[in-house]
Write a protein that binds this ligand. Structure first.
Ligand SMILES: Nc1ncnc2c1ncn2[C@@H]1O[C@H](COP(=O)(O)OP(=O)(O)OP(=O)(O)O)[C@@H](O)[C@H]1O
Ligand SMILES: [Mg+2]
Length: 253
C-alpha cells in the first residue's frame, strides 16, 4: 500500500525546552486506521498537529505523498490547497476549532474555502447535518452548544471538506455512549470508503472496537511500539509500562 503521510525522525520541543516528541518516525499507509495511544503528556496531540502541518518539527521532516510539509511548501498556494483539502483535523478541544457565527456556517466554511461552489457546499452541509443529527442546531452559535454538540459540529466541519486523511484528537471524549458508538461506525464507514484515519486516545475499548494499527507513545516522548491492535491490547507489560493500564498496589495480608 502507498504511504499517504510519513513523519521521519521528527523532534519537537515547546519553547525550545519542553520536549514533546523525540526522534519519532511513523509511516501511514493509505486506507488504514491508526491509533496513537499513550499517557497524558506523551505527545499525541503534538504528533497530530505536526502531521496536520499546524506546527513544524525542529528536527526531521513530515512528508505528504513524498512532498515535504513545511513552512516553505505551505506558502505555495497549489500545495497548500492540495494539502489542506486532503487533511481534516479535529482538535482535542473543539472550542479551538469553532469560530463561525453558526453551526451551518462552520459546515460551509471548509468547502467554500476550498473553492467548492455554494450549491454543492450547502448539499454537503445538509447531508452532514443529517448524518450527525445537527439539523436542529444549524442556526446556533457554538457558545450555545453542549460539549458533545461542539465536538460533532467540529467533526462535521471536517466531513464537509471530504478529506482523504482524517486526524482526530480524542474523538470520543465527552460523547455519550450512543454517540460514541455512532462515531465508531462512522470511522469504520469512512475507512471502508478508502479514507485514512488517525485517532489519538486513552480509550482501549475504542482501540478494541476499531482494530487499528497502534502506535504506543512512551513517557519519554518516543515511539515505544507499533503493532496491530490485538497484539498491543494483549501485552500487559507494555500497557503497564506506557501507563495505559494501572495496577493498584495490593496490600499483602
Ligand atoms: N502549548 C504548549 N506549551 C508548552 N508545552 C506544551 C504545550 N502543549 C503541550 N505541551 C507539553 O508537551 C508535551 C506533549 O503534550 P501533548 O499535548 O502533545 O500530549 P498528549 O499526549 O496529547 O497528552 P493528553 O493525553 O493529556 O492530551 C507535554 O509535556 C506538554 O506539557
Ligand atoms: Mg492530547
Amino acid at each position: 500500500m502507498a504511504s499517504i503521510l510519513r513523519v521521519d525522525h521528527i523532534g519537537y520541543s515547546y519553547l525550545g525546552r519542553i520536549p514533546a516528541l523525540v526522534d519519532f518516525s511513523l509511516e501511514l499507509e493509505e486506507g488504514r486506521i491508526y491509533a496513537l495511544i499513550g499517557a497524558n503528556g506523551t505527545g499525541k496531540s503534538t504528533l497530530l498537529q505536526l502531521m496536520g502541518g499546524l506546527i513544524h518539527p525542529s528536527q526531521g521532516g513530515v512528508y505528504f505523498r513524498d512532498q515535504e510539509v513545511c513552512e516553505t511548501s505551505l506558502e505555495d498556494p497549489a500545495f497548500r490547497r492540495l494539502f489542506r483539502g486532503a487533511v481534516g483535523f479535529l482538535f482535542q478541544d473543539p472550542d479551538v476549532q469553532l469560530f463561525c457565527p453558526t453551526v451551518l456556517d462552520e459546515l460551509l466554511f471548509g468547502p467554500l474555502q476550498l473553492g467548492v461552489d455554494e450549491a454543492e457546499a450547502r448539499e454537503r452541509a445538509r447531508a452532514v447535518m443529517q448524518l450527525l443529527a445537527l439539523a436542529g442546531l444549524q442556526d446556533r452559535p457554538s457558545y450555545m452548544l453542549s460539549g458533545g454538540e461542539k465536538k460533532k459540529t467540529a467533526l462535521g466541519a471536517i466531513l464537509t471538506m471530504n478529506p482523504q486523511l482524517l486526524l482526530l484528537d480524542e474523538p470520543t471524549n465527552g460523547l455519550d455512549p450512543r454517540t460514541q458508538h455512532f462515531l465508531i461506525e462512522l470511522i469504520t464507514g469512512l475507512n471502508q470508503a478508502g479514507k485514512t484515519v488517525v485517532i489519538s486516545t486513552h480509550d482501549l475499548q475504542l482501540v478494541e472496537a476499531l482494530q487499528p494499527r497502534v502506535a504506543v507513545l512512551s513517557e519519554e516522548h518516543r515511539l515505544e511500539r507499533l503493532g496491530e491492535a490485538d497484539e498491543i491490547l494483549h501485552d500487559e507489560q507494555l500497557l503497564l509500562k506506557a501507563n495505559l493500564i494501572y495496577q493498584p498496589f495490593r496490600r499483602s495480608r
